[in-house]
Design a protein around this ligand. Structure first.
Ligand code: SF4
Ligand code: SF4
Length: 214
């Protein structure tokens, strides 16, 4: 599983850095390195872009995994350079931004947008497998998630637009409900297609989500 990210437009980053002249850049050696949005190379490129904007770089760092406990250690090791900065520009996913913000008083500005948590289906191709909807349907959909695989997130069978097994929203894409139908048929469990699912209970995903494990 990896956090999938894309770099924000440089104009947006520039706007976020208005009034913040001294910058420390942090990348992540795990997910954003894999997606080429915040590894060593991208941090170096970002450094050059910020210097062209007239920013003063107090330092750069690529933390092995920006969202875990070791981030604390990395922050301490670079304390002096970080203290000298007006802000930290994070090239990690949102989990990394959150983690970095725990340790710092200065603003932590995200340089990437976090899109979804992806599983690698074929080499280099990541697909969102679960949107943590809080009400899992996989048991009745033969293991295919209707929330992430169907463009409309339908849980009671296909919409009227499905055509020859393709999705009306993206004709290149298989209709999730055709896939579900075919797999249920293979499993001899087609009766599940007739099982009515009541409207989704959005109370199970009230924000902020939290859970205590005893
Ligand atoms: S139905 Fe899909 S989004 Fe919901 S919990 Fe199951 S896999 Fe995740
Ligand atoms: S065509 Fe299939 S995948 Fe596309 S929105 Fe309709 S039901 Fe969902």
């Amino acid at each position: 599983m990896k956090s999938m990210t894309k770099q924000k437009p440089i104009e947006e980053i520039q706007q976020s850095l208005e009034g913040l002249d001294k910058v420390f850049i942090v990348g992540c050696g795990t997910c954003t390195t894999l997606t080429n949005t915040g590894g060593v190379e991208q941090v170096e490129e970002m450094k050059e872009k910020l210097q062209e904007m007239g920013k003063w770089l107090t330092g750069t760092l690529v933390i092995p995994t920006a969202c875990d406990d070791m981030t604390d250690v990395a922050m301490k090791e670079n304390e002096q350079a970080i203290r000298g900065a007006d802000c930290l520009l994070s090239m990690s996913c949102a989990l990394g931004v959150h983690r970095l913000s725990l340790y710092l008083d200065i603003p932590v500005i995200p340089a990437v947008d976090t899109l979804f948590i992806g599983v690698e289906e074929t080499p280099g191709y990541f697909r969102e497998a679960c949107a943590q909807c809080g009400q899992c349907f996989l048991g009745i959909t033969a293991g295919i998630c209707p929330i992430t695989a169907c463009h409309k997130g339908l849980v009671n069978g296909p919409c009227g637009g499905t055509n020859n097994g393709k999705c009306e929203v993206d004709k290149e894409k298989d209709c999730a409900w055709t896939l579900i139908y075919n797999r249920l048929k293979e499993q001899n469990r087609l009766h599940l297609m007739r099982q009515y699912q009541p409207p989704r209970n959005h109370h199970v995903t009230l924000q902020p989500k939290s859970m205590k494990i005893s």
